[in-house]
Design a protein around this ligand. Sequence first.
Ligand SMILES: [Zn+2]
Ligand SMILES: [Zn+2]
Length: 304
Amino acid sequence: MKIVLLGTSSAVPTLTRGLSSTALIREGDVFLFDCGEGTQVQLMRSGIRRSRIHSIFIGHLHGDHLYGIAGLLSTLHLDGRETPLNVFGPEGIRVFLNAAFRTSDLQFDFRLTVREFPRGYRGRVLDEEEFYVDALPLDHSIFCLGWRFQEKDRPGVFNLDRAEEMGIPRGPSYGRLQHGESITLPDGRVVTPDMVLGPPRPGKSVAYCLDTQFSQRSIELADKCTALIHETTFGQDAVEMARERKHSTMEDAARVAKEAGAAGLIATHFSSRYDGRQIAQIGDDARAVFPNITIARDLLEVEI
Ligand SMILES: [Zn+2]
Ligand SMILES: [Zn+2]
């Protein structure tokens, strides 16, 4: 999987940082988390094909996470898109989108499914063959959902040599073993999957926590994830402001990553009060809490 940070500023854009949006790319499909103003231009800059967007997840309805979606959907319509598209977000997103589309008399030729979730919602919002996406409420000034994209575990690699050694006839029995079933050979021996499969290959996971103050629910969402993308609006110089506005400092995010046992933290959503050098310093300080921090910048790509 690949994560592409499209916009990494909070509240207002700067000349070098756009508003919140992050793309997760898996097997060619693009999953977009938040869609601040300017996201469609950033998609073009990144080389991500917007036609491959599978679903858009909007965590909360603050403008810096939302105001790009109407423009992006309008462009997909002008592209002549036919593939269905999902939009997931909190209650109110449908009213917002309908107002925009009605005002502009925009009718889509593709199937647009908008699913909105009531305040406090937690549950599985998408469940496909190879992955699923869970949501739970974070702790921000308005209702805000965090998301966890989770690949399902895959069975271990089939050991062909071992299967041949054991005299298992080629054919459907191989498939059955791979799917976790035991088989009985013509001579009566029972072969269990663990005899021919390597260890299960755990799926990778990405937790997305924007916007929120430090919360046990972020820790729950990010439990042992491969990558935690967490907002880090402020440094320790502005702890009071972070608490008041229900945002996180980089140190808060580092604590979440540490307590969740995440493999890595991607820090994003920086206040425009900081320049790049200050953000780097804030990151260095937070590494005392959790060492594996990647400081996001627009168009940064992270392979996981
Ligand atoms: Zn924000
Ligand atoms: Zn917000």
